[in-house]
Design a protein around this ligand. Structure first.
Ligand code: SF4
Length: 416
């Protein structure tokens, strides 16, 4: 019987992946997209176990990591999007015990959308609902053809679903709203592509709400009113609509109010859902796990003494580094020195830094301690949460000599 695996290349967590293995390595990957194939084949530059740039064994590295976290007054723990839920839970436990700042990449990407969904302020649905029911799909500031390459083929546009038997040719309308003609917009077609100026998303939403209310839409930028009215008409007729929210939209909105108003209006006249286009495979899992324990999805600071928790922008990874309010950092499955603004991330190189990751990255090169871990979803199992909040079981594909991040964090927790 064919064995299928789950790809940890993005938060779609495709579960139909076949692999071929030779000499303990993944040599061929079937069904996955190019991103997934690269992820399943593993690191091109694996991490080594080091303390102060000297190679060492994992026991010594774990002892040193625990010493750093124990001695720190205000450590930062960051990353988590590429870790299993079990590892994330341990990370939360360590943050509690050490009075740490705890954050993840949702802090500067999809966080506000996920928070609103978890607080029941936005109506959402699963990817399976989209495959089986969605007839109008709006990609807003999103380009899944590149960010989540199998989104359209597995769920949102091309497949035939239970209630969408005639598929994309007759049964689905895909619409792109973006500042540029992305590859996804090309698939949607010129008549379903709405090019808006940069940072004009809130204003376009307002115009759309007017059109949905039967009023003449107004915009301060030059946009064909007729086209907005046509769009409103398509959205009104949707039986099961979904807006796939990309980073282009998230970054453009100063606050979510215009999106709340649009969703309320859409749900007055038809039925619309919202799906955050989460990137890292288990970012949503981290948000859910932290939410379950604290009521917050990110940007928290624990008090090591009484276990109270503070939350807010000051406790985000960016502000805590900008304000130099942390004095050590544990980075798990992330590369903040590459992904954060250098003016902020540079401070990481000035404090004791621990990196746990299967692959060497820029942050690792500046770390006091580096600990290689098994590649989650390939060399280790566990559970993770898809972008739609559905839990998925990851299967181990091949063995490795590296410990899992879960095991490393458990041992650090015990040693603190
Ligand atoms: S779409 Fe995402 S989960 Fe699916 S195969 Fe590609 S990278 Fe992997």
């Amino acid at each position: 019987m064919t064995e299928y695996y789950v790809c940890p290349g993005c938060a779609l967590l495709c579960d139909d992946i076949e692999v071929e293995i030779e000499d303990g390595k993944v040599t061929k990957v079937n069904s996955a997209c190019r991103k997934g194939v690269a992820r399943m084949k593993g690191c091109s530059d694996p991490m080594e176990c080091t303390v102060d740039d000297e190679k060492t064994d994992v026991d010594a590295a774990i002892t040193k990591a625990a010493d750093i976290l124990r001695e720190a007054k205000d450590p930062l723990i960051f990353g988590h999007g590429n870790s299993s839920s079990q590892a994330q839970q341990l990370s939360i436990d360590i943050a509690k015990r050490t009075g740490a700042y705890l954050d993840d990449t949702s802090s500067f990407c999809q966080g506000p959308i996920i928070e609103a969904i978890l607080q029941d302020k936005l109506k959402t649905c699963t990817l399976d609902d989209i495959r089986h029911k969605a007839d109008v799909i709006v990609f807003w500031g999103a380009d899944p053809s590149n960010s989540h390459p199998r989104h359209l083929s597995r769920y949102s546009y091309f497949p035939r679903g239970n209630e969408r038997q005639r598929g994309w040719e007759e049964d689905r309308t895909a619409i792109a709203i973006d500042i540029r003609k992305s590859d996804t917009a090309e698939i949607c077609g010129q008549s379903n592509f709405y090019r808006i100026p940069m940072a004009a998303d809130a204003e376009f939403m307002e115009a759309l709400v007017s059109a949905l209310s039967g009023k003449v839409p107004k915009t301060s930028f030059d946009f064909d009113k007729k086209k907005i009215l046509q769009l409103a008409n398509v959205l009104k007729k949707a039986k099961f609509g979904v807006i796939c929210v990309g980073l282009g939209l998230v970054y453009s909105l100063d606050e979510l109010e215009p999106l709340f108003i649009l969703m309320d209006k859409l749900n007055e006249v038809s039925s619309f859902h919202l799906l955050p286009m989460v990137g890292q495979y288990n970012m949503r899992g981290f948000n859910q796990n932290l939410f379950d324990k604290t009521g917050y999805i990110n940007r928290v600071k624990f008090d090591g003494e009484d276990n109270s928790v503070k939350h807010g922008a000051d406790f985000s990874v960016i502000e805590s580094l900008r304000n130099r309010s942390v004095d050590a950092a544990l980075i798990i499955g992330s590369d903040p020195l590459s992904s954060l603004p250098l003016s902020v991330a540079r401070y990481l190189a000035e404090i004791p830094l621990i990196t746990i990751d299967p692959c060497r990255n820029l942050t690792a090169t500046k770390s006091t301690v580096t600990i290689p871990c098994a590649l989650s979803g390939v060399e280790a199992g566990g559970t993770a949460m898809r972008m739609d909040g559905v839990e998925v079981e990851l299967k181990k594909v091949i063995d490795t000599d590296n410990l899992t991040d879960e095991e490393i964090l458990r041992r650090i927790k015990e040693a603190i």
